[in-house]
Unconditional design. Structure first.
Length: 274
């Protein structure tokens, strides 16, 4: 995505059409569009030809972008789990691993980055009915590996609104749910985590369309991306006007939900009842 956005900026600055750019690398206009959006990987030769077309002669600038192209060909750590993942999900894991700010609303279950191992195992088993124990454990291992980013040295800021329904819907037995509630209380104390609970008592709210995640990046050339998971696929929304709508909904959810301190009190109350 970063390489694609930089190449798009160079092309537009020179007033070159996607059609002309595609012709220069023996590809279609739609291929250039997919490259610029980060939907497909780059060949080093194609990047070199595009840089020549765009008039980039500075060796340092060319070397930097060509090096970035080579990096895109290196599979991320999450590709080791691709055999147990739906085909749309590795893209999300890659974006999540690069994000500097993750904002989300969840209603069905606790967000994957906040799940305990026992709770995650119950969720994975429910979602992979009929799968072998080995496949379940491999999917679980991916989820636990993703969580390391949240507590790493370069951890992203994570702002999450959890619907109370996600906390009252049991996955696993009583002890699993108690462990999950306790974990939420503890991890919500981390400086990079802002956890809020949307209580049943509030009534109808702006999150009526369901769960979503907004991923933001430090690189100024990268636009925010909204991730929407569906039954058999996922949507990656990056049009600014569409992203702005989801940001507005999340802001309203945050304003209407109790703050982090009050939300921890709600969690403690649920823990006492469990």
């Amino acid at each position: 995505m970063l390489l694609g956005s930089q190449l798009r900026r160079l092309r537009e600055t020179r007033g070159i059409t996607r059609e002309a750019a595609g012709y220069s690398i023996r590809a279609s206009e739609s291929k250039i569009s997919r490259l610029e959006l980060g939907r497909v990987s780059f060949k080093t030769r194609d990047v070199e030809d595009l840089l020549t077309l765009y008039g980039i002669t500075d060796e340092a600038e060319r070397a930097s972008l060509v090096s970035l192209a080579r990096e895109t060909a290196v599979a991320g750590w999450w590709h080791h789990y691709s055999d147990v993942l739906p085909n749309w999900f590795p893209t999300y894991v890659g974006l999540e691993s690069a994000a500097s700010l993750i904002r989300a609303y969840e209603v069905q279950f606790v967000h994957g980055l906040l799940q305990t191992e026992a709770y995650a195992r119950a969720v994975v088993k429910h979602g992979m009915k009929g799968a072998s124990e080995a496949d379940v454990e491999k999917r679980l291992a991916l989820r636990l590996e993703r969580q390391k980013y949240l507590v790493s040295e370069n951890a992203p800021d994570f702002h999450i609104v959890l619907d109370e329904a996600a906390l009252r819907r049991p996955y696993g037995d009583r002890e699993v749910m108690r462990g999950q509630l306790q974990h939420l209380i503890e991890i919500s104390e981390r400086p990079n985590v802002r956890l809020q609970i949307m209580p049943f008592g509030f009534g109808g709210h702006s999150g009526e369309s369901g769960a979503f995640t907004i991923l933001s990046f430090t690189e100024p050339d990268l636009t925010d991306v909204v991730y929407l998971e569906q039954l058999t696929s996922a949507l990656y929304v990056d049009k600014r006007e569409d992203v702005a709508h989801y940001e507005k909904v999340l802001k309203e959810l945050q304003q209407d939900s109790p703050g982090p301190d009050e939300s921890r009190d709600l969690l403690r109350g649920l823990l006492q009842l469990s």
